[in-house]
Design a protein around this ligand. Structure first.
Ligand SMILES: [Zn+2]
Length: 213
């Protein structure tokens, strides 16, 4: 980028010493934080009760060491298989496909859905260089070989990438002859599943429509 000679050169972002600067840089890597937010969080931590900060640090380490992804559905899990996959009371005939583990949490909150899940790990997005091979689609197809599964709910986000992913999956599984549904409209278009309120999400699930491709 060329600099305007009449204006002073921009202040370097490296203004703090050593470990404080490291902290700001690490925090700045987090999604949705940015340089200003990173500074704000860093100075909050510097003045917070050291006991609280230690607890936060311990939790971060614990989460890295303990939490893995379920070998069946790719949801976050403390064991090889998540609690939902292990729960024999859950309906094994329905799989709800979502983008991220946070979507599982959002759907679980409505307490209406009793089937299983499959977490793709994102959505197809050519702009971001994410293709079907980058998602847990082969793993989903392997699960669908089990003929106890009769319905696939495609609950990817109601935005461009989510819709494209749902259409792609619906076409891919068509030869299997499953009932393929998508939560009804009413979800905020262009948004993300996790931001829908529980009532809206509950209605969208109840009124899910068959996806014809
Ligand atoms: Zn699981």
């Amino acid at each position: 980028m060329s600099q305007n000679p009449t204006r002073p050169s921009p202040v370097s972002t490296e203004v703090y010493e050593g470990v404080v600067q490291d902290l700001i840089e690490e925090l700045g890597q987090l999604p949705g934080v940015g340089p200003k937010g990173a500074q704000r969080i860093a100075f909050y931590l510097l003045t917070a009760d050291p006991q609280d900060v230690r607890k936060l640090a311990a939790t971060l380490i614990e989460v890295v060491e303990k939490v893995k992804f379920c070998r069946t559905c790719n949801n976050v899990s403390e064991a090889d298989e998540c609690r939902i996959c292990q729960d024999l009371r859950r309906d094994p005939s329905v799989i709800c496909v979502v983008e991220e583990p946070k979507d599982v949490a959002a759907i679980e909150k409505i307490r209406e859905y009793r089937g299983r899940y499959h977490v793709l790990g994102g959505a197809i997005s050519p702009m971001d260089g994410i293709g079907p091979e980058d998602l847990k689609i082969a793993e989903l197809m392997a699960r669908l070989a089990d003929d106890t599964i009769t319905e696939l709910i495609l609950a990817t986000d109601p935005n461009l990438e989510g819709e494209a992913t749902a259409t792609y999956l619906a076409r891919l599984v068509k030869p299997i002859g499953l009932k393929v549904t998508r939560p009804a409209s009413g979800l905020p278009v262009g948004g993300e599943l996790e931001y829908a309120d529980e009532v809206t999400l509950g209605r969208a699930f109840e009124g899910r429509r068959v996806l014809n491709v």
